[in-house]
Design a protein around this ligand. Sequence first.
Ligand code: G3H
Ligand code: ZN
Length: 286
Amino acid sequence: MNLTEILKRAQNEKWSTGHFNFSESDQVRAVCEAAAELRSVAILGTSEGEAGHIGYLEAVALRDAFRKEFGIPIFLNSDHHKSVDSAKKAVDAGYDSIHIDLSAEPYDQNIAGTKAIVEYAHSKLSEVNVEGELGYLRGESKIQNEKIEVSEADYTDPNKAAEFIAATGINRLAIAVGNIHGISKDEPNLDIDRIIKIRAAVPTEVALVLHAGSGIPDMQIKAAITAGIANVHINTDIRVAYAKALRDELQKSDETTPYKFDSPAREALKEVIKQKLTLFGAVNLF
Ligand code: G3H
Ligand code: ZN
């Protein structure tokens, strides 16, 4: 099954795939072991910064190696790539999925750049699944110390979403519905009605993506999935779990062997990923 087929199945059956970021091979192992144990699928993502750290070709090689080891569907996504050039780099390296995020650009430039990547990716391999973004997502993937205000203008407009999809030919759309990257000071309040309206306004073959999944209460995540979200992105929650376990381990001993002091962090990460996949209903898929 390719990613497009899996997203379609998730949308029809009202569960969601999980997307998890990484920059180290240990994190890839944690995601894949968690997904394999739950008979789920693994969607791995690298932002421009994360890909710059691990390398685009290295990320592709890891995906291939883990596919061989686990025999489950594993997909690699270029998360929030902010330029046509960086998204092309991911296509050329062999990513299965491209997220081109030009949402901070003027609307016309967002359309032009996103369409250019859809055409480029599909000319290389028609199976590549391309995500565009419309609406404005604030914050970043960390614990936020300051209050972040979401304004009405940030939200994705359902009619504009339909127009954007028709103009670009994307396979998935990232939407802004009250979600904020990172764990924010105030509890996010997702606009579930807006998700329902966007879902109704756009073609069924286009999947809806909820970014910034960390720090959102479980009930809201479940409601978003029931409303039509087929992919939830998680980064801060797994970064926090990994960093805390690593810090605790390094503080409690003089261990200098990396595979010994970093194993607890990998286990902590794996546990959080299993909780998320279970919350999303992405278990016992095959
Ligand atoms: O693209 C990455 C995600 O949207 C992560 O957001 O750090 O709030 O989980 P998060
Ligand atoms: Zn995101």
